[in-house]
Design a protein around this ligand. Structure first.
Ligand code: AMP
Ligand code: GLY
Length: 430
């Protein structure tokens, strides 16, 4: 089989790495890919992830059998619909279903119809009405741009002044462009966050093991929200039995609702949950693998990813074909100084081979490129150093040992990835 992976992050490197292990797969293309996809032997095409015409003609030209989009943008733009029209198999939801991620107002309305627990909210398409709501109900309040904003369109405002400023930035100054045409004001929830991902074949949902992301830029969850600074799986705060119940509460009703509207969901659905004292609440849906959660998750996947994806597309997804290692996997993101804001590119990266010589370690590339045969940084998140271990503490210490082998000027990483889980495991033993 010939496969095309769309995207250029650590998630896409991990997808290429895992798909390459499938006996069904002969050749992999990445569009546009990165230094890591190239090192796996994929052919990097220049086509950007949002160039639908270019992607469809690339898939036709290279006689691609299966297309796997990594990021949300091609999905919300309708790449799956376009590929289906062209008779090419593609793993992911159509544009209608991708609105679950592409429009928070759409997601909220589906949750309301499906009876899924979520924060109380109100949707506004008028600046003054949104501001009046804040003045009336006060803070804390969470202000969200309706559309895609690369993980930056959510502001948890501690006071009314901050909330009013967020509305001004999103709606009036259009900090995220058309994504801010509507704003959602949402009840501020407290609790621990957990990511719940499922493979879906339109009818069935098969949960992946639990994973925990680290969204804040700095240690102890300080600093601005990022795409994610590290992740591990399994996450001790979510027991497998609870995960099953949560899928029943937060994923299956939504799949039923989408199927009833003529759009069965295929691909990966990702529910971002807050475990509050009143029970789980859905913060958001993504309609794809998370990055960096994908990297530790795929390190643990025992089955054939290409076959699982075909089963999602063709129906008849069978949990028997999806096995997971009992080990823990933990990934730490190495980012360029300044991320998630503007940061310098073109820094030389060394030491990856030394890191990967440590048993159980895999270094996934995010923003990397090969320039004159030298590996350099080309984005905010640069690498995700991922390790398997018999438990969380072992995976953590191996991943940090590996990370220390890597040199890149003007970079930083969080030093506490996994600590929360380790504390939780220790408390459970007391
Ligand atoms: P979202 O993109 O909706 O998942 O929001 C990004 C991040 O903002 C989440 O991972 C949470 O850390 C935080 N967040 C979102 N909604 C809420 C909420 N209602 N209460 C508290 N924090 C939230
Ligand atoms: N790590 C969170 C995301 O991919 O949206």
């Amino acid at each position: 089989m010939r496969i095309l992976v769309i995207g250029s992050g650590g998630r896409e490197h991990a997808l290429v790495w895992k798909l390459k292990q499938s006996p069904l797969v002969d050749k992999i293309f990445a569009a546009p890919g990165n230094g890591g996809t190239k090192r796996e032997g994929a052919i990097n095409a220049m086509t950007p992830a949002d160039d639908l015409d270019g992607l469809v003609s690339l898939a036709r030209r290279e006689k691609i059998d299966l297309v796997v989009p990594g990021p949300e943008l091609p999905l919300t733009l309708g790449i799956i619909d376009r590929l289906r029209q062209a008779g090419i198999a593609a793993f992911g939801p159509d544009a209608y279903c991708a609105q679950l991620e592409g429009s928070k107002a759409f997601a909220k309305s589906i949750m309301a119809k499906a009876g899924v627990p979520t924060a109380k909210y109100a949707v506004f398409n008028d600046v003054e009405a949104a501001k009046n709501h804040i003045v009336k109900f006060g803070a804390p309040v969470v202000v969200k741009a309706d559309g895609l904003a690369a993980g930056k369109g959510v502001i948890a405002a501690k006071d009314s002044r901050e909330a009013l400023q967020a509305v001004e930035d999103i709606m009036a100054a259009r900090a995220f462009g058309a994504a801010g045409d509507k704003v959602i004001l949402e009840e501020f929830l407290q609790g621990e966050e957990v990511s719940l991902l499922c493979f879906c074949d339109g009818e069935h949902a098969v949960p992946l093991p639990s994973a925990q992301d680290h969204k804040a830029a700095y240690d102890n969850d300080q600093g601005p929200n990022t795409g994610g600074m590290g992740a591990y799986s399994p996450a001790p705060m979510l027991r497998a039995t609870d995960a099953g119940k949560m899928v029943d509460m937060t994923v299956r009703p939504v799949l039923k609702e989408l199927a009833a509207s003529g759009h069965p969901f295929t691909g990966v659905i990702y529910a971002g949950l807050m475990l509050t004292s009143d029970g789980p609440r859905v913060l958001e849906y993504n309609t794809r693998f998370g990055d960096p959660e994908c990297q530790p998750l795929l390190m643990r996947l025992g089955g054939d990813l290409a076959q699982i994806m075909l089963d999602c597309i063709n129906g008849g997804l069978d949990p028997v074909n999806i096995q997971w290692s009992k080990q823990t996997a933990l990934g730490i993101v190495l980012a360029a100084k300044g991320y998630p804001h503007a940061c310098a590119k073109g820094q030389v990266i060394k030491g990856i081979e030394d890191a990967e010589n440590i048993p159980g370690v895999k270094v996934f590339h995010s923003g990397t490129a090969v320039k004159d045969n030298v590996l350099v940084s080309s984005g905010g998140r640069v690498l995700c150093v991922t390790a398997l271990g018999d438990d969380l503490a072992k995976a953590q210490s191996t991943a940090y040992t590996a990370l220390e082998k890597i040199q890149m000027k003007n970079s930083f990483y969080r030093r506490d990835i996994g600590n929360k889980g380790i504390r939780r495991l220790a408390a459970a033993l007391e």
